[in-house]
Design a binder for this molecule. Structure first.
Ligand code: ADP
Ligand code: MG
Length: 468
């Protein structure tokens, strides 16, 4: 019976996975419709349950019919060398301890091949095993100055995993800036390019839990062995290993093994390696072997394209004014930016109202708690040039045409008024002028707005737009 199951399983997964997870299994007993299989360790059993339970069910149901049951028998090895085999029986698919008796777990599905999404048509779809999220890919990871280096390093690694000097590739940056997204994108791309490679995404937190569990269950070696056969290992939020000496130690061994064998390691962290506390020096120095690429806060243009892309994908339209308002007010966290868009859409469709700037304001206030909204100089230039229907390059140009000079002076005036930037830095950002030019602009705007009615209207209109 087990042999037939195996050949079915073999047809449905990669040879590598089959070799690793199914060849070591021994069938030990068959009574009525219950098959007992012996697995090398508790960890092994958990892995099977987590990743192959459906496949096992289907294969067994084919052989034994509707009432098929599976019982795992775990072979425990005493780690201190003196092999004193004893077994622990665990009922399949039943994690609630029932006196550690064998428990019948009926396998339900009637027409498993059709009903079980796991099996149609690609159990070979190793994404499930890889723990990768295919909706985090390169296509929807928009490029900008803030992420160009990290993104292109990621693509290089995806094209040649283990074959670049970016090993390990460490992606670091603040919360919500795309580390997890990029890490998945690399993995997803590698699976596309090299379907035969074993890719595993895991959070450092989960890695730690698995490790602790393996120590408790006396199968630390299985744990290490499992990680050593991976081709591409992605560990997210590696800073969480700080202060965890045991996990760091085991990770160090796994890392060395993989690295020596030309396997790719991808890590993310919310800190640069130099700022990581309580991580062993030998591990930190390993991180520096490859490339550390930072994800910075996205600039205004990138925030705009991220918002527009999200709206486009969700099939939602939003006035330009509101898109810019959002981009201007949520700057430091793309996750929050997306959250604000989602709740804006939800509010407006729930109340059957248009998306208005007032609604946007209320929602943004929820997101940007207590932090005073500060506009950026980029944003000011954009608003001013839109207002005068010119583009930002024109506003910044050397031309002396009166209306362009005025627009430029207004931009400088508002930059001084609404940001903390120095005169010199405002000058540099608005068409590479010096601080005296900015000071002159501020005075001119002050004068003109008290003598020229039309000009005063410009100042008022722009002031309103900029301080929404
Ligand atoms: P982190 O892991 O750094 O905290 P995430 O990877 O979870 O951040 O990203 C937060 C959200 O922002 C995710 O929904 C992600 O898809 C989105 N995001 C981040 N960077 C980009 C980008 N460059 N283009 C599009 N979406 C992005
Ligand atoms: Mg993350």
């Amino acid at each position: 019976v087990w042999d037939s199951c195996l050949s079915f399983i073999e047809d449905n997964i990669t040879p590598q996975a089959f070799k690793t997870w199914f060849e070591p299994i021994k069938a030990v007993k068959l009574t009525d419709s219950a098959l007992s299989i012996q697995v090398p360790s508790k960890f092994f059993y958990e892995w099977l349950e987590e990743h192959y339970v459906n496949l096992l069910k289907v294969s067994l149901t084919r052989e034994l019919g509707e009432s098929a049951k599976l019982v795992y028998v775990i072979k425990m090895e005493n780690t201190y060398g003196n092999k004193k085999p004893f077994t622990e029986k665990i009922p399949s698919s039943n994690r609630t301890p029932v006196n550690s008796q064998e428990v019948d777990v009926p396998i339900k599905s009637k027409n498993p091949e059709l009903k079980n999404p796991f099996v149609i048509p690609g159990i070979r779809n190793v994404k499930i095993e890889s723990q990768l999220n295919p909706s985090y890919n390169f296509e929807n990871f928009l490029e900008g100055d803030s992420n160009r280096l990290a993104r292109s390093a990621g693509m290089a690694v995806a094209n040649k995993p283990g074959g670049t000097s970016f090993n390990p590739l460490l992606i670091f940056g603040g919360v919500g800036l795309g580390k997890t997204h990029l890490a998945h994108a690399i993995g997803v791309n590698i699976k596309d390019n090299y379907p035969e490679k074993t890719v595993l995404y895991i959070s450092a937190e989960k890695f730690t839990q698995q490790y602790i569990e393996s120590v408790k269950k006396n199968n630390r070696n299985d744990f290490i062995h499992f990680y050593q056969i991976i081709d591409v290992l992605i560990v997210d939020d590696i800073q969480l290993l700080s202060g965890k000496a045991g996990t760091q130690d085991v990770f160090f061994h796994i890392f060395n093994h993989l690295h020596q064998n030309g396997k790719q390691v991808i890590l993310t962290s919310d800190k640069a390696p130099v700022d990581m506390q309580d991580i062993e020096q030998r591990l930190l120095s390993r991180f520096k072997w490859g490339l550390s690429a930072e994800l910075h806060q996205p600039d205004f243009e990138t925030r705009i394209s991220i918002i527009k892309n999200k709206l486009y994908r969700d099939g939602v339209e939003m006035p330009e004014e509101i898109v810019e308002f959002l981009a201007n007010n949520i700057k430091t966290n793309i996750r929050e930016l997306e959250g604000a868009i989602i709740s804006l859409i939800a509010h407006s469709s729930f109340n059957k109202k248009d998306i208005t700037i007032d609604l946007a304001k209320a929602i943004v206030d929820n997101y940007v708690k207590n932090t005073k909204r500060e506009v950026s100089i980029d944003y000011i230039q954009k608003v001013v040039s839109d207002y005068f229907q010119m583009d930002v390059e024109t506003l910044q140009s050397k031309t002396r045409k009166r209306h362009i000079v005025q627009a430029r002076q207004l931009a400088m005036f508002f930059a001084k008024k609404l940001t903390k930037a120095s005169l010199a830095s405002i000058g540099t950002q608005i068409g590479k002028r010096d601080h005296a030019t900015v000071l002159h602009a501020c005075k001119t705007v002050d004068n003109l707005s008290s003598t020229d009615k039309q000009f005063r209207k410009y100042v008022e209109d722009l002031g309103k737009k900029l301080t929404l």
